[in-house]
Design a protein around this ligand. Structure first.
Ligand SMILES: NC(=O)c1ccc[n+]([C@@H]2O[C@H](COP(=O)([O-])OP(=O)(O)OC[C@H]3O[C@@H](n4cnc5c(N)ncnc54)[C@H](OP(=O)(O)O)[C@@H]3O)[C@@H](O)[C@H]2O)c1
Length: 251
């Protein structure tokens, strides 16, 4: 889908991958962008950007955000569901609320937003992008709950591709460890080892833009990961061995 002239929503636009994506799409002429986050004071002012404070883990806040988008932009053509966070922990005690928190943000919110886009656009072509992760395929030790949320998104993509209307494009992006606030924002224990390989947020943002333009379904911004994905499907034990080496037990 062309980006020029489109009405765009980006969640998680206050930092990292979302902030870099915002920088790129606002350069396209005629775009209006609703940039979403809780810390919207971090969003730089720009004539075609409207910063909107929203906790995307809450249904009523997402409903209000979509109503606001309709009022200000008259519709949404491109929705980039990027907001998310991780847990880095050893799973020990039963804690329903802890699971609910991460599932609401990482899983319910993007899927609910897709449903809202379907309602809004019964005929109008639209593009819906979800930031998943390399852990959608290869779960990492101590990121177990986080990995399960990104696996859930993959299940959603696998099914929806067959039932989505032809005027809808849905694409999923699979970053590897990306140098953003993610690791500080995710850490709930004191010691963390950044996984390998790594990339920068601007590389991921460029891949998102390319994915929209080319209407790609699976977007893998890291060449190493593209290779690992193929090898991992054929020889899963190689991936398991690498993941075991990477696992650092949280304190
Ligand atoms: N960095 C990595 O290594 C990596 C790898 C694979 C996938 N990802 C995925 O990439 C996405 C973006 O993460 P990032 O790396 O850019 O990390 P980041 O710098 O921590 O950005 C996370 C963004 O999500 C927003 N967010 C989190 N919870 C929210 C909520 N309840 N309501 C509204 N906004 C919320 C944050 O905004 P506020 O705090 O302002 O609300 C922030 O803008 C996430 O889905 C993450 O899972 C990251």
């Amino acid at each position: 889908m062309e980006i020029q002239g489109k009405r765009i929503v980006i969640t998680g636009a206050t930092s990292g991958i979302g902030a870099e994506t915002l920088k790129l799409v606002q350069k396209y002429t005629g775009t209006t962008i609703l940039a979403i986050g809780r810390k919207i004071e971090q969003i730089p002012e720009n004539e075609n950007v409207i910063a909107y404070k929203c906790d995307v883990s809450k249904q009523d806040e997402v409903d209000k955000m979509v109503a606001f988008a309709l009022e200000k932009m008259g519709g949404i053509d491109i929705f980039i569901a990027n907001a998310g966070f991780g847990y880095y922990e050893k799973i020990k005690k039963a804690d329903w609320q802890h699971m609910e928190n991460i599932y609401q943000t990482n899983v319910f919110s993007p899927i609910y937003s897709y449903q809202k886009m379907l309602e809004l656009n019964p005929q109008n072509p639209f593009s819906f992008i979800i930031t998943a992760s390399a852990v959608s395929f290869f779960a990492m030790p101590y990121y177990t709950l986080y990995s399960s949320t990104k696996h859930a998104l993959q299940g959603f993509l696998d099914g929806i591709q067959y039932e989505k209307p032809t005027h809808a494009h849905i694409g999923m992006i699979y970053p590897v460890a990306t140098k953003t606030g993610f690791f500080e924002n995710s850490v709930i224990t004191s010691k963390i080892k950044e996984p390998w390989p790594t990339q920068t947020a601007d590389v991921v943002a460029k891949a998102i833009v390319k994915g929209i333009l080319k209407e790609k379904r699976m977007i893998m911004p890291s060449m190493i990961f593209r290779f690992a994905y193929v090898i991992g499907r054929i020889f899963p034990s190689i991936v398991r061995w690498n993941l075991r080496l990477q696992g650092v037990e949280p304190r």
